[in-house]
Design a protein. Structure first.
Length: 472
């Protein structure tokens, strides 16, 4: 009865551009700042921001964390399972947080610094986030850096600033859903190289499993679209789109790396000790016109699952290069990967590179194990501008025809590419390795990259290849 009363007593708190922190926080008497709202909020409550532009000042910065981050909105109150704390744009309205005037000397900027669990951020824009340090640095629009979990970041757009969109270094089971990061370029640090401004980045510890990016888009970010370098736990990119990474706009490149999906790797360095490299999953994603590779293993120390993706006009559409071993920092052709039902069309230098075909599971791709002829006629549309169209009313990706397969395309008959769910492809496995690579991970993983010690009936990945457990 107490629990029911608590949930039933959840309240709404309102913030508006013309509000006052001396107000009561009702819809008719809104507050002015998130800081004032957080003082009043409890598990199960919702803070609604009315539409309009909130021009944030340095006086509103709530704190400093890790001795270097000026945390504009320092979210320290947790919800709980079944009673999240929600910070959301008012339904039917779209608030914009403008950080142009927040330039703390000698500090990085984190706009929403999440040091809490069971939060839900939803339906707003973050623009104009600044960088002031001229050496090696970065700013972040949304940060999860203190080991916090079970948070949802939904339908948030981070654009026209100098910051990484969403950045996770510690924390498990966080969902980044239907978010956009675009036109973000750091022109201040390191001579304006822009080499630290990814759309989305996840670089977590071994225990931080369950982080998922779904329905997200990244374009015209000066470094990579999606980045998992130094990530030690499996991460999923599902139904995400990366375009013009390494570009300032659609025609001007930056000195940044420019990969669409950088799934793994540890900087091509000798590690301190051997460890189990995570198996990331990249499925139903699109990589278009990224300056560097579309789908990129980035010198990883094991295989990933690349399932039902589509790539066009990247340097190489698929580059699976691995590091030879934890103690040998040399590039080798990629081992342990599963590539299934992927489409490649006209990579600038080639459809694929650095794939050890004998040490990977390769099935039903347009380029391997048998190269198919792919032409523009295979697609309903080749107009990339569809990928940047407004989202649907519920925040989900726009309905597009870009690289959607024509009814008479042989690729559609084979159920390749981003529009088909993994597992929809015809049965029959080709390109299976004869034996695991000696440096490959010998642990047992589900197809989603989750390690299991005692598998039941089903299909698993062992040593980079698919095995079937019939009885146990």
């Amino acid at each position: 009865m107490l629990a029911l009363a608590t949930v039933g007593g959840a309240k709404n708190i309102y913030v508006a551009t013309d509000g006052d922190d001396a107000n009561t926080g009702t819809i008719d008497s809104p507050l002015a700042t998130l800081a004032a709202a957080q003082e009043r909020v409890a598990a199960g409550d919702t803070v609604y921001f009315r539409g309009g532009t909130y021009r944030i000042t340095e006086q509103q910065v709530m704190g400093v964390e890790e001795n270097i981050y000026a945390t504009v909105f320092n979210l320290t109150k947790s919800g709980r399972e079944g009673a999240r704390i929600v910070y959301a744009g008012m339904p039917g309205e779209r608030p914009v947080f403008d950080l142009t005037d927040v330039r703390p000397e000698g500090k990085r900027v984190s706009v929403f610094y999440i040091h809490a669990n069971w939060l839900h951020l939803k339906n707003f824009d973050i623009v104009g986030t600044q960088v002031t340090i001229t050496g090696h640095t970065q700013s972040e629009a949304i940060s999860i850096r203190r080991g916090n979990s079970h948070n949802i970041i939904e339908n948030v757009a981070i654009h026209d600033g100098m910051a990484i969109g969403v950045y996770i270094t510690k924390g498990a089971d966080n969902l980044v859903l239907n978010c956009d990061a675009y036109r973000n370029y750091d022109s201040v640090s390191e001579g304006g190289r822009g080499g630290n401004v990814d759309g989305f980045g996840c670089h977590v510890r071994r225990q931080d499993t369950g982080n998922v990016f779904r329905g997200c888009r990244a374009w015209c970010n000066s470094d990579d679209g999606f980045d998992l370098i130094n990530c030690f736990a499996p991460v999923t990119f599902d139904n995400c789109w990366a375009m013009f990474s390494g570009y300032r706009d659609e025609s001007t490149t930056t000195p940044g790396d420019g990969n669409g999906f950088k799934a793994g790797g540890y900087g091509k360095q000798v590690q301190d000790e051997p460890f189990d490299a995570p198996r990331h999953t990249v499925s139903n994603c699109i990589a278009y016109s990224n300056k560097a590779n579309g789908f990129y293993a980035n010198h990883h120390l094991g295989g990933n699952d690349w399932l039902n993706n589509s790539a066009w006009k990247n340097k190489y559409n698929y580059c699976m290069v691995n590091q030879e071993a934890w103690n040998v920092a040399e590039d080798v052709d990629g081992y342990g990967h599963t590539l299934r039902s992927n489409v490649s069309y006209r990579g600038n230098r080639g459809d694929w590179t650095q794939i050890d075909r004998d040490r990977c599971t390769i099935e039903n791709n347009s380029f391997l194990p048998v190269a198919m002829t792919v032409t523009e006629a295979d697609f309903l549309s080749t107009d990339y501008r569809e990928l940047m169209a407004p989202r649907r009313a519920d925040g989900s990706l726009p309905e597009v025809s870009f690289m959607r397969l024509a009814p008479d395309s042989p690729l559609r008959a084979a159920r390749m590419g981003w529009e088909f769910a993994p597992g929809d492809a015809p049965s029959g496995i080709t390109g299976m390795p004869s034996a695991p690579h000696p440096a490959a991970d010998s642990h047992i993983y589900t197809l989603q990259g989750v390690r299991v010690d005692s598998p039941s009936r089903g299909i698993y990945i062992v040593g980079g290849r698919k095995v079937v457990v019939k009885n146990r």
